[in-house]
Write a protein that binds this ligand. Structure first.
Ligand SMILES: *[C@@H]1O[C@H](CO)[C@@H](O)[C@H](O)[C@H]1NC(C)=O
Ligand SMILES: *[C@@H]1O[C@H](CO)[C@@H](O)[C@H](O)[C@H]1NC(C)=O
Ligand SMILES: *[C@@H]1O[C@H](CO)[C@@H](O)[C@H](O)[C@H]1NC(C)=O
Ligand SMILES: *[C@@H]1O[C@H](CO)[C@@H](O)[C@H](O)[C@H]1NC(C)=O
Ligand SMILES: *[C@@H]1O[C@H](CO)[C@@H](O)[C@H](O)[C@H]1NC(C)=O
Ligand SMILES: *[C@@H]1O[C@H](CO)[C@@H](O)[C@H](O)[C@H]1NC(C)=O
Ligand SMILES: *[C@@H]1O[C@H](CO)[C@@H](O)[C@H](O)[C@H]1NC(C)=O
Length: 415
């Protein structure tokens, strides 16, 4: 299938949309896709041709348009044209913020302050991404602020929703900067003690969202020395294993496809769907985190690069874990934008979060939010390109990237 690009008429519509938005908080009118009840995206844009379409449903990144090495702007995230698909049919969790506790909780229950709470068992006896409805990602968030460079959305998850204690008020603020960062800050407060672990669940394909190339050609660097092995139902065993020399070793950039065929457990799907301990954290991680966060500032967690498009993406976070999911379950049955059926490995998620099943593993980082405390999760993307056929000796910038990808955690400059 041919790569799709934004036509000039679409860009013209977007410009009209910004003008309309300047008159109030009205969502953009006329953006491509189908948006009932004024549920259309808020469109952020910058001086370099980047655009982010943020939907109030699920605080979702519907489109993320990023220039490639030739300056061609393309959408690089999987999703739907029709906003209602995010609400009713988003079985792959494309684009939104998942919660109240992202990832899995064993046996669909947990104990907190001497009470046991039962949740929806929506994943082989366990809870995945909070359980059954109402889900974070298919509720419509309130738009509190919006202009052409930022949007702030709010969602209140009621006391008892999905079985969790306390009302949780969440804000998600997206900012698009002129140095090609898309920054997301997720903040939450609670009326009673509750576990909180919110995660952005966008699927990327730096070749282009509908490219015939899947993500196996992407070079990946992960700033993590250990991962949490899982059992048959993807619940962590409680161990931390070193990645060195294994198929989980992305401490130096390596293509995702180079060893993916070794990642066969648990069956039936082949590929990555595992949590990395970031920033050198080990079994002392619980002592080094506070309400989930390992630091106030976002640190470099991931560098992703498509040699085909020349796009690079850095991901910075203050969370202790990264669930890297290589789109193993996609099989063409989910039909996305432009009626494109997403194939296996057609997109990949980089979910920063607290380690899965932490509520049953006291030595894992913990994230329980109590009244008068605040949860703050940073998920910052930075995009840039380099010439495709860059010879190693071309200049200091290509060397700088190699070095940047092999150093230990460093504060994100300017974030
Ligand atoms: C649009 O809003 C109306 C009134 O609130 C509601 O009845 C209807 O179900 C909504 N439609 C969609 C597609 O959400
Ligand atoms: C939310 O998504 C689930 C799963 O796709 C679906 O069953 C449910 O109907 C959706 N909720 C709403 C309010 O549409
Ligand atoms: C979940 O249930 C299984 C089977 O009863 C049990 O072996 C396991 O210890 C339970 N896990 C937790 C975290 O309670
Ligand atoms: C939980 O129960 C233990 C033993 O009864 C008690 O000492 C402790 O104070 C209780 N904790 C809370 C938060 O209620
Ligand atoms: C965590 O801190 C507690 C209290 O200071 C200490 O007892 C425990 O040994 C520490 N755990 C690890 C794994 O460092
Ligand atoms: C494809 O994936 C869907 C949803 O995950 C699943 O229901 C379906 O059985 C899969 N089809 C095949 C042929 O594996
Ligand atoms: C849900 O998605 C599937 C595959 O993308 C599509 O075939 C089906 O028509 C959708 N269902 C609804 C109710 O829109």
């Amino acid at each position: 299938m041919a790569m799709r690009t934004l036509s000039s008429s679409t860009i013209g519509i977007a410009i009209v949309a910004f003008w309309l938005m300047g008159c109030g908080l009205t969502a953009a009118v006329g953006a491509p896709g189908h948006y009932p009840n004024n549920s259309g995206p808020i469109i952020l844009s910058n001086m370099n041709g980047m655009q982010a379409y943020i939907l109030p449903i699920g605080a979702t990144i519907q489109r993320l348009i990023v220039p490639d090495q030739r300056g061609m702007a393309e959408d690089i995230v999987l999703g739907f044209d029709d906003a209602t698909q995010y609400q009713t049919n988003n079985t792959q969790y494309f684009g939104g913020i998942v919660g109240r506790v992202a990832n899995r909780i064993a046996n669909a229950s947990f104990s907190l302050d001497n009470h046991t709470y039962n949740l929806g068992a929506n994943d082989r006896g366990n809870t995945l991404h909070g359980g059954f409805n109402p889900l974070f990602e298919n509720s419509t968030w309130d738009v509190l602020e919006a202009d052409s460079t930022h949007v702030k959305l709010r969602f209140i998850s009621p006391d008892g929703a999905q079985g969790f204690p306390g009302a949780l008020q969440v804000t998600a603020t997206y900012v698009l900067t002129n140095d090609n960062q898309l920054q997301l800050d997720i903040e939450a407060t609670a009326s009673k003690a509750t576990p909180v672990n919110l995660a952005q669940h966008t699927y990327f394909n730096l070749n282009g969202e509908a490219s015939p190339l899947n993500v196996l050609n992407h070079e990946l660097y992960i700033n993590g020395d250990y991962y949490t092995p899982v059992d048959f139902t993807q619940i962590p065993t409680g161990q931390l294993l070193p990645v060195y020399g294994t198929a989980f070793d992305f401490t130096k950039p390596r293509t995702i496809g180079s060893r993916i065929n070794e990642v066969t457990y648990p069956p039936p799907h082949v590929g990555y769907d595992h949590n990395w301990a970031l920033f050198g954290l080990g079994m002392d991680a619980a002592n080094k985190t506070h309400i989930g966060a390992v630091s106030n500032e976002a640190q470099l967690a991931v560098t992703l690069h498509s040699p085909a498009s020349g796009r690079y993406m850095d991901l910075y976070t203050n969370m202790p874990g990264l669930q890297f999911y290589s789109g193993n379950n996609l099989n063409g049955s989910t039909v996305g934008k432009g009626a494109y059926p997403y194939p296996v490995y057609g997109g990949m998620a980089l979910e920063t979060q607290v380690w899965p099943n932490y509520l049953h593993e006291a030595q894992f980082p913990q994230s329980v939010l109590r009244p008068n405390e605040a949860y703050h999760h940073k998920w910052y993307l930075r995009f840039y390109t380099k010439p495709a056929a860059a010879a190693p000796a071309l200049g200091p910038s290509s060397v700088a990237v190699k070095n940047a990808a092999s150093v230990k955690p460093a504060p994100a400059p300017g974030l």
